[in-house]
Structure formats: C-alpha cells, structure tokens
Ligand binder design. Sequence first.
Ligand code: PMT
Length: 342
Amino acid sequence: MPPLPKSFHTSYPDADSAIDRRIPDFPIAQLLDEDVYFNTHKPPTYLGEIEAEISEFIDYHIKNTGKKVVLVTSGGTTVPLENNTVRFIDNFSAGTRGATSAEYFLELGYAVVFLHREFSLLPYSRHYSHTTNCFLDYMTEANNRVEINPNFADEMLVVLRKYNAAKESNSLLLVPFTTVNQYLYTLKTISGVLSKLESRALFFLAAAVSDFFLPHSRMPEHKIQSQTSGTLIVNLEQVPKFLSRLVDNWAPTAMIVSFKLETDSLILIKKAIGALERYQHQLVIGNLLQTRKKEVVFVTLKDENWVRLTEEQIGKNVEIESIMIPKVIEAHDQWIKSKQNN
Ligand code: PMT
C-alpha cells in the first residue's frame, strides 16, 4: 500500500501572516517605465527560439484548426540577488490554478500556450508529480514486469487519454520562466505573436509576479559573502505594472483576465475593481489564499459573481477550475462577438 498522504505541506505559507495588501497599489507603468525597464535589462538569450516556436504554434492553429488560443501564466517568478544566483526571493504559487485551468481549456477546444515557472505543476503530470507519493508507488511488479498499480489504473487511463489528445492535436505548448525578467520579456514576446489572433486570443494571467526586484545595475556578480558584514540590507525597486502596457499596446484586441490574490476578504472586491479601473481590461478573478480551491469571485465593472464548490462537490474532489473555465470561455465568446459587431 502507498503511504498515506501527509495532511501538511511545508511549502504552504503561514496563512495568518502571508501577504498583507492593505497598502495602496503601485502606480501603473507609463511608457517611460517600460522603456527604462527593457533598455536596462537584457532579454534572455533564448528569447528568439521561444518566439520562433510560438509563431510556428500559432500559425499551425491559424492554418489547420482555427482554434481559439489562450495564454495561461502559472507559478511564481523569482528575483535573483546575485548574477551567479545562489540566493533569490521567490513568489508563492505551486502552479495548481494554472495547470488545472490549462487542462479544462484544452478539453474545451482551446490551443494553450502554458507560460510557467520551470518545475512547477504542469497540465496532466500534475496528477502525479507533486503528490507525497513517490512515482514508483503508482507501479507494481507482476511476473517480473512493471505494471501500473491497479489502485490507480482507471484514473490514470482517463488522464492519459486527455494527455494524448492534447499531444496528438499539437494543442499544448510549454514555455518556461524562472526569473521575473524572463517572465516579463517572454510575456511581451508572446503577446506580440498572439495579437495576430485579435479577439480570438485570451490571456489568463494566473502567475504570481514579483512586485519588487533588484535592478541589474545593482546586482553583484558573485555570491554575497556573509563574513563581510553581519547583516544583509537589500534595497529593492518596484516592478513596473505591465498589465496596462499589455492591454493598451501589446495585445489591444485580446480578452485579458487577471487574478487578484488577497488574504483579507474585506478588501478583495475593492482591489479587484481597482485593478479593472486602472488597467481597463475585461475580467478580474479574485481569490483568497485560504479558500482559493473552494471559491473565487468573477469581478467586472458591472457585477461580481461568486463561484463556490458545494460540500458535496468538495467530497467528490470536483476541481473549481472545471466550473470556472466554462464561464471564462462564455465571457470570451461574448468578447469575440462584441468585437465582430464593431
Ligand atoms: O498556483 P496556486 O498555488 O494554485 O495559486 C494560485 C494563485 C493564488 C497564485 C492564483 O490564483 C493567483 O491569484 N494569481 C495572481 C497572484 C498575484 O500575484 O496577483 P498580483 O496582485 O500580484 O497581480 C495581479 C495581476 O497583475 C497578475 O495577473 C499579473 O499578471 C499582473 N502583474 C503583476 C506584476 C507586474 N509587474 N505586472 C503585471 O501586469
């Protein structure tokens, strides 16, 4: 028998003290901030390769399938403190929301570009990769051969069929990032390619992006030495909020869905409306760190709608994304229609 899953996870933050967002949001990025950022930070060396892969993927779907395309961002960005990075500041996100949502988008006929933190959860493999079981617990030995443990076989067959369908239809493109600099450059590049699809492109921004970073000009080349001073004082700068650039310049006709993560339920809706007013995009999905797997709220400038799992659904392990994603797709279809009528 596999060991019982542990009921605790060391990677979960202390929910009582994790994030305090009562401080006001930063000002939005002006063209100048964007210019300054991209002029003073080098693109990742592989960016050209990624751009070629994404262009090929999008052209394939334009020519052959006519599928709508969603960019799902997932996982947290890091902020390195050294060029030869030993230490870095991380952002909380296992990638569950992004990886799970990507599966439902694929099932409902979208092609998915999955921009994710490298080694965070991936669509399909998420069912097995980060559980407390060792992957060998899914195997068993019979007649000197390795077989799938019958306890898991039925469920695995369902996942395997969905995975193969996504692979065979060339509908899933995995694009990794680790640092916030890689994330920002890659997001900008992907946006440029996706803008070809106009309103048939959807941005589903579930990644947790760093709010503060250490500019390249102030980053030491080598590992910071502990013996030179007893304390380490790090002076971080605000990452420009590139969402307004995405909405206005990078992908002006696409539908854009961003997330708002809070820990204080009293400010969630206010912050979501604040983001919509500031960036003028279409939808904010609000979630609380403590309850994000059981309830989310869809906020537009017209209304707010809660999506909540019932006790019965929780008992049956229904994933909230199976209810969220059809609603997002409905909103995207309306967005496409509204653009066609213009
Ligand atoms: O992966 P899980 O463990 O399942 O957790 C999922 C989640 C809780 C991380 C996810 O559901 C979620 O809420 N993601 C967004 C968390 C977040 O960091 O929100 P924010 O308030 O920092 O950013 C809001 C939006 O602004 C983001 O959609 C981001 O794309 C955008 N942003 C952020 C920083 C930046 N420099 N530019 C931006 O445009």
